[in-house]
Design a protein around this ligand. Sequence first.
Ligand code: G1P
Length: 271
Amino acid sequence: MIKQAIIPLAGLGTRLLPLTSVIPKELLPVNGKPNLEYILEECVNAGINEIIFVISKKKSSIKKYFYSDKLYKSIISKKINKKIVEEYQKLKRYRKMIKFVYQNKPRGTGDAVLKCKKYIKGNYFLMLLPDDLIINKNCSKEMIKIHKAKKSCVIATKKINSKNVSRWGILSLKNRKKTSFEINDVIEKPSVKEAPSNYAIIGRYILPKKIMYILKNQKKGRGGEVHITDAIKNLIYKGEKFYGNIFKGKYLDSGTLEGYIKSNLEISKLK
Ligand code: G1P
C-alpha cells in the first residue's frame, strides 16, 4: 500500500515573480484557498497518511501556515466564528500528517526526493509537484490503482502540442492502451527534433524506494540541477517497469502567471 507522499516545495518560483519574492507560490490562493491545499486534498482522498514537505528556510511561511496556533487561539477566545474554528481544525488535522524536510539550495527535484531518504518506509511512494493541479478526477488515486494492478512504477501523462515538448519531460512509449502505456524511456525537456512522442510528464509519480540509491550518485543534468527524470531514465535502463497513466482529470499549470489565472477561473466554475 502507498501511504507516503513527497511534495517538493523549495523551488524559487521565478516564473511567478514578483509575487513570489514575498509569498511562496504554493500559498498563492486559487479561488480563495492556497494552491497547496488542493494537492493535500488529492493526497488524503487517495489514502495517503504521511506527507513530506521539502521546504527551504526562505519558504518557512509554508510551515507557519500550519502552525499559527497563537493567532487562531486569540481570535477564537474573543469570539466564536464558525468558519475560523473550522479552518483551524482543518490545519491541525493536516499538520498531524506533515513532516518538514529542508532543501536550502534549489538543486532540483531529484535532490529534493533524496533529502527524504531516511523517512521512506514502504517500497514505493507518491511524489506530487505542486504547480500541477489536476481537477475533476483524483489522479493519484488512479495511479495507485494502476500500481496495484501492475506492481510497477507509474507516471502521470497528458498529450500536449508537439511544438511545446521542450517545456516538459517527455515519454517514449510502447503498447499504448486507452488510458495507459508502458514507458520505454524519458527525456527531460527535449527539443522538437529529439522528442520521442508528445506525451508529457505531469507532476505525479509513483516511485520505488530504490530510486534513492540512484539519486545518491546521480550527476547534475540540465540547468545544473539533479532531475528526477534522469534517475527514472536510469531505473528504466536497469529494467524497472514504468507505466504512463493518461489521466482523466483536467490539468492546470499553476506555476506560470497565465496558468495561475486560468486555474482560478477553472476552479471557480466547479461546484
Ligand atoms: C518538472 C519536471 C518535468 C515535468 C514537469 C511537469 O519540470 O522536471 O519533467 O514534465 O515538472 O510540470 P518543471 O515544471 O519544474 O520545469
